[in-house]
Ligand binder design. Structure first.
Ligand code: FMN
Length: 206
């Protein structure tokens, strides 16, 4: 039994107060996302994007469409968790790494494409459900990774999805190519704030 994983699960707690003076280096943000992407997705579609909102200007724009929640500006970063609507025609691209690494024979790919097509083609509700499932698994992985890295997190549904899409040009973004996307969740991450203590000089006696 891996007790460190169990302890991390048991210690999990949503953060309400962040230390706004502490940023997180971009390398740490990348590491968080790298760990989050170990989360599973249907057909290994990896149909998620983690938009890291970390500049003061972008955080203020996000907060304005996130019910004015202070965590959005106080946390070092807030991820806009985006799920791509699930479609079969990205399958070859998404499985290419697995084929190249020998996890999957190339002959299997058309079968997976056919299965995904029968599940998602012209089924907007199923496509949307899959987008939300994938991005939610991603957020969950990110939350546990953040905890292991000593960071607090807050998942947030208090936001206006139309406003977030507009402010961050999600439908028009070059990064998303032709993919149609769904904003699923916001997830803040940052150093947790503790109640201020008196200066050490007033506490320690030599
Ligand atoms: C889908 C979802 C949406 C949430 N939305 C918000 C939110 O908008 N703002 C917030 O401060 N907390 C939000 N939370 C955090 C919950 O309030 C928190 O997880 C719950 O109170 C339980 O506390 P715990 O995570 O410390 O056990 C959300 C949690 C989830 C899972």
């Amino acid at each position: 039994m891996n007790t460190s994983v169990i302890e991390a699960i048991e210690r999990q707690k949503t953060t309400n107060l962040y230390d706004a003076s502490k940023s997180i280096p971009d390398d740490e943000i990348r590491e968080l996302v790298r760990l989050a992407t170990f989360s599973p997705t249907a057909f290994h579609l990896q149909n998620w994007r983690f938009i890291a909102v970390r500049s003061p200007e972008a955080k203020a724009r996000l907060r304005a469409v996130a019910a004015d929640q202070p965590k959005v500006t106080e946390a070092a970063v807030t991820f806009i968790m985006v799920g791509e609507l699930a479609v079969a025609d990205v399958m070859a691209d998404r499985l290419a790494g697995s084929v190249a690494a020998g996890f999957m024979p190339v002959e299997m790919v058309p079968g997976w494409e056919a299965a995904a097509k029968s599940l998602y083609f012209e089924k907007p509700q199923t496509q949307r459900d899959e987008a939300i499932r994938s991005a939610t698994f991603g957020a969950s992985g990110l939350i546990h990774a953040a905890q292991a890295m000593g960071l607090g997190t807050t998942p947030m549904i208090g936001f206006d999805p139309v406003g977030v899409s507009r402010e961050f040009s999600l439908s028009a973004s070059a990064d998303f190519g032709r993919a149609r996307v769904r904003v699923t969740l916001l997830t803040s991450a940052g150093r947790v704030s503790h109640q201020p203590r008196r200066t050490l000089g007033r506490s320690v006696v030599w």
